[in-house]
Ligand binder design. Structure first.
Ligand code: M6R
Length: 610
């Protein structure tokens, strides 16, 4: 979603800001822009399309400014065109603003400003905020005060950076609901929505909390609340390296991230698995250990792929710990007056830790007295910081918009959690040891599946022209069917649906004919025979069957057009393996169709608006 970069320091600002925007391209955007302060004038360059299109407007040799802001926009109000792109300026041309989020009362503010003679050129809520700040600046002559006053009057969410032509030594950044990280260098500061834009310059960062702002001058900075109380912003260290933000020889980030999974799964369980004790150690849960022990119910909140891993978690936790689990779409939970008890434990799952719906649902649960734990990938993200306790997934930066390694890392952490809760309840040390050993074997098993990727790509070639796909799975693999379908539709734009295998006969079976490929997860477990019946039903209607089966199951080849094998593991851990061929299949089909795999149309990496 929108990317924000602001720089103040002693170096030429424009290339630093543009480089930062490129580092954030993976988040998804439709236009980009830059504002520099040159000889007292704010100069704005912006274009719909790629960052490179905006960059083609720039001649760095003629630019000297050491103060600049830049933005990549993902349209919410107004179509993606040059005019609606950020930065937006006020009517005097003295204020320039970049913004991520939504100003909910922009329409009433706009009417008021029009009645006072102000004019607007874009359809955006952001321009309204820029004009409003400009209006308050005209009245007070105090830039910081104008920003603070405007922000206390607006409703909605913002992560923003703002410049004033009269203040060549000031950059202001603020947040409510949308992330802002302040990179602290030597006599220079970078405000960004993502540490990816900062890592090249400094590892020292401050994460702003809601209703906080940073006022940066070359000689120093101050962090304060929007109502003007100074605060000590805690300085953190960025925990990843710049190489992790590069493709490392792969054609796409998504492919690189698929191939990283043996390592990322290992990182998620490293130091946490006590194989001999048949148990796990999750230090991040210490503050809520007692609550977890007494939890009457667990509610998992998430969106998209994280919601799918939550469903796997539900099955695991209920099986091992016998605690009832509900998995909710965060976006639904927040608006339906949910019943929450004080002895409920809420688990918010999120790769980015910044998904607006998950954040809001989690806030709602906290407000109602529940204990919240986070399962989050991005260190220092809002969900991680606002949870009472949590477990990081340690998957490293995930750049591809289609989530892959984050899913398997979430599965790893959820299995650890299920085992932990299970051992508090009914799981014996011997049973625990079996699970721990199986978990330890998963990275090598993923590696083995990756070695079969050429065969999976062959299958993909045969189906890259189709317009529909069906994915079926049961038990632990029902969520994997949903995830496989999501991967395919996100990056190849082929319509795909995931269903519990037994539900097929209640409706989707009507779709099956010789043109319909059906991916069926049929691993050897207690529902295997039932799934085979489903395969027969598809075959009887001439549908094409791509089966994901357990190594050694030779008989399945009789019923399926194609079989992709995965190594045997415990049924509860199969999702970490069965999802791998589905990721490769989706990737290979999208590559064959020539799709923009890492930046699929209309999608953003982290959805920071409702
Ligand atoms: O960062 P989060 O895990 O909270 O993101 C949730 C979804 O937006 C995300 O999983 C989305 O569905 C991905 N594009 C899936 O590939």
């Amino acid at each position: 979603m929108c990317g924000i970069v602001g720089y103040i320091g002693h170096r030429q600002a424009a290339p630093i800001v543009m480089e930062g925007l490129k580092r954030m391209e993976y988040r998804g955007y439709d236009s980009a822009g830059l504002c520099v302060l040159e000889q007292g004038n704010l100069l704005v360059y912006k274009r719909a399309g790629k960052v490179s299109q905006t960059e083609s407007l720039l001649d760095y040799t003629t630019m000297h400014s050491t103060l600049a802001i830049g933005h990549t926009r993902w349209a919410t109000h107004g179509e993606p065109n040059d005019i609606n792109a950020h930065p937006h300026t006020d009517n005097s041309g003295k204020i320039s603003l970049i913004h991520n989020g939504i100003i909910e009362n922009y329409s009433s503010l706009k009417k008021k400003l029009i009645s006072e003679g102000y004019t607007f050129s874009s359809d955006t809520d952001t321009e309204v905020l820029a004009v409003f700040i400009g209006h308050l600046y005209e009245r007070t002559g105090d830039f910081e005060l104008a920003v603070r006053s405007a922000l206390s009057e607006v409703d909605g969410t913002f992560g923003l950076a703002v410049l004033c032509a009269d203040q060549p030594d000031t950059l202001i950044a603020a947040r409510r609901g949308s992330p802002i990280v302040i990179g602290i260098g030597d006599g220079e500061y970078i405000a960004a929505s993502d540490a990816a834009a900062i890592i090249q310059h400094t590892r020292q960062v401050i994460y702003l909390n809601d209703d906080e702002m940073a006022v940066m001058h070359r000689s120093g900075y101050v962090t304060k609340t929007i109502d003007d109380r100074e605060i000590d912003g805690e300085i953190h260290e960025i925990d990843f390296d710049i190489e992790q933000m590069e493709k490392g020889g792969f054609d796409h980030f998504m492919l690189k991230e698929i191939y990283e999974q043996p390592a990322t799964f290992k990182d998620a369980i490293r130091g946490r698995l006590l194989v001999e004790d048949g148990n796990v150690k999750l230090g991040g849960l210490r503050p809520i250990e007692d609550k977890l022990r007494k939890a009457r119910r667990i509610i998992i909140l998430a969106c998209g792929t994280s919601w799918h891993s939550g469903l796997v978690g539900e099955y695991m936790i209920e099986q091992l710990a016998r605690i009832p689990v509900e998995v909710e779409y965060a976006s639904e939970f927040r608006y339906r007056s949910p019943v929450i008890y004080s002895d409920d434990v809420i688990i918010a799952i999120s790769q980015s830790g910044e998904t607006a719906d998950t954040m809001a649902a989690m806030k709602e649960a906290k407000l109602k007295g529940a204990t919240v734990m986070g399962i989050v990938n991005v260190v220092g993200s809002t969900i991680a910081r606002e949870s009472h306790a949590g477990v990081y997934t340690h998957a490293g930066p995930e750049i591809g918009v289609a989530s892959t390694k984050a899913f398997t890392s979430q599965i790893a952490v959820l299995s650890l959690l299920a085992l932990h809760l299970g051992r508090m309840n009914q799981v014996s040390q011997t049973q625990g040891k079996v699970i721990a050993e199986a978990l330890r074997a998963i990275p090598d098993q993923i590696e083995k599946i990756l070695q079969t990727s050429d065969a999976i790509k062959e299958i993909a070639l045969q189906y890259s022209h189709v317009t529909n796909f069906l994915y079926l799975g049961r038990g632990f693999n029902f969520p994997v069917a949903l995830e496989g379908a999501l991967k395919l539709k996100e990056i190849s734009y082929i319509h795909a649906e995931g269903y519990p295998a037994a539900e097929m006969k209640h409706g989707p079976i009507a779709l099956i004919d010789e043109n319909m490929p059906v991916v069926i997860i049929a691993t050897k477990d207690e529902v295997y025979e039932k799934v085979i019946s489903g395969i027969q039903e598809v075959r009887a209607r001439r549908g094409k069957v791509i089966a994901i089966a357990t190594e050694g199951d030779m008989s399945i080849a009789e019923y399926a057009d194609h079989v992709i094998y995965i190594p045997a593991t415990l049924p509860m851990l199969t999702p970490a393996l069965t999802v791998i061929p589905l990721q490769i299949l989706a990737y290979a089909i999208a590559a064959q169709r020539g799709c923009d795999i890492d930046k699929p149309r209309n999608l953003a990496k982290s959805v920071t608006v409702e």
